[in-house]
Ligand binder design. Structure first.
Ligand code: GLA
Length: 435
């Protein structure tokens, strides 16, 4: 194999990963998520609606003038772009889906007002339904949108931000926005989402820090009219909601358990197409009313039973068996162990692959993620920054990235760094996921 110098690899950083099409077998918080058409799923600030065996994911498409885009799935892993994106309107933020009567509606924020779209088909042919409206009772404007359907089938639009408060408005059976039924005025919050467990309403909200993540929290109440008890954090504070912002809570009623899923956005610095998603199961302590995100680097849910699982088959490669290769391209005598430096690469050889797209969990620590970051290359492909593959880079010590591996014990995986040595990037090993 020709030796690649770290400098050559650095020159190539930023190139998009070229991954062969294959089915997705895991939900990977923070990672780039590919659709069945091999495009990056572009549906931010959205929600998932289940109808029968099919899930519909709607969200704002950052690469298409913030139009509402939709994807469909039967397993919550593999998402097909809907045949006809809703292209009648642009700059609609945080679109949500509801079915208050025989038609389907999309409600989203346009110019800080509610704009509704209507169709008889859930996935296509939406047309603009009426003009932009402010919210009853006081002609409120707002920025963020949430959606909740109660047990009796009634739909509620959640809104937040302009007035800091979270407001809950009923959606009338004619699709218009009805009266305010609830108001949560306990601080400056946005990005509302709601779910209900045993008669208790749980309202998850974010703080107001723009595209930067913050510790999201939960309030609870016995009725939509309040009063609301909270806030309580839903994840350890330093994790900043695992580097995400709330958008929706999905309730999956399986045959063996009901699973509650947190859906969040892991925004890039401007809410652009590089933004990713953080979906995690939630645990609800019914006695204390505490809601906690259950963190998994990779997981999936059986949509029939509701059971959550994590990878079982993994092969681990310890850093002690990796080579440190210097600028001259020659393997040093020293084996890996200390922090990686800007003029060397840590190289794992003879890594076994199945052939095709495969998840590799990088186990590493970062002292200061603002100082620099790790990059990775596999075989003779260009190096890419780990954060371009997974927004959990630097935030967590197990970061799965999807790579193209050749079949057999023939793969070479190298890790290097960009930025300053103070980043303190210490790699412990790699785990190649085989299921
Ligand atoms: C908040 C909102 C996002 C987006 C950013 C813009 O975080 O929740 O949807 O509007 O502000 O700064």
């Amino acid at each position: 194999m020709p030796s690649l110098s770290p400098l050559l690899l650095l020159a190539a950083i930023g190139a998009a990963p070229n991954l062969a099409n294959a089915a997705n077998s895991w939900i990977v918080p923070g990672a780039a998520w590919l659709s069945t058409s091999n495009t990056k799923i572009d549906a931010h600030g959205g929600m998932v609606l289940q109808r029968g065996d099919t899930f519909y994911w709607i969200g704002q498409a950052a690469s298409h003038s913030v139009q509402p885009y939709m994807y469909t799935s039967t397993d919550l892993l593999n998402w097909a772009p809907a045949k006809n994106p809703q292209n009648s309107i642009q700059w609609m933020w945080r679109p949500k889906l509801a079915k208050p009567n025989g038609s389907f509606y999309i409600y989203g924020q346009v110019d800080r007002n509610v704009q509704a779209l209507i169709s008889t088909s859930i996935t296509d042919n939406y047309s603009v339904s009426g003009g932009k409206v402010t919210l009853p009772p006081n002609a409120y404007t707002y920025s963020d949108t949430g959606m909740f359907q109660d047990d009796d089938g009634t739909w509620y639009l959640l809104t937040s931000a302009d007035h800091n408060n979270v407001q809950i408005n009923r959606i009338n059976s004619d699709g218009s926005i009805g009266p305010r039924v609830g108001l949560m005025a306990k601080g400056a919050y946005e990005a509302p989402g709601m779910f209900k467990v045993d008669g208790i309403y749980y309202l998850i909200v974010s703080g107001k820090t723009g595209w930067r993540s913050n510790p999201n929290s939960v309030f609870w109440a016995t009725s939509l009219g309040g009063s609301w008890t909270g806030p309580v954090g839903i994840a350890p504070e330093a994790e900043k909601t695992y580097n995400s912002q709330n958008t929706f809570q999905l309730t999956l009623k399986g045959s063996s358990r009901t699973t509650y899923i947190y859906m969040g956005d892991s925004w890039d610095s401007k809410g652009g197409p590089d933004s990713n998603y953080v979906w995690l199961p939630m645990t609800v302590d019914k006695a204390s009313k505490k809601v906690s995100l259950e963190y998994h680097a990779q997981w999936k849910v059986d949509v029939k039973t509701g059971a959550v699982s994590t990878p079982g088959l993994k092969t681990r490669y310890e850093v002690q068996h990796a080579d440190v290769v210097g600028r001259d391209g020659l393997a040093g005598r020293k084996k890996g162990g200390g922090p990686i430096s800007s003029d060397s690469l840590l190289t794992f050889r003879n890594v076994a692959g199945l052939g095709g797209r495969q998840w590799v969990q990088i186990h590493y620590r970062v002292t200061d993620r603002t100082a620099g970051e790790a990059h990775i290359s596999v075989n003779d492909e260009p190096a890419v920054n780990v954060s371009s593959l997974n927004h959990r880079a630097g935030y967590h010590h197990v970061v799965p990235v999807e790579l193209n591996l050749r079949a057999g014990s023939v793969n070479t995986i190298s890790l290097g760094m960009t930025g300053r040595e103070e980043a303190g990037i210490v790699v412990e090993g790699l785990e190649v996921v085989e299921d």
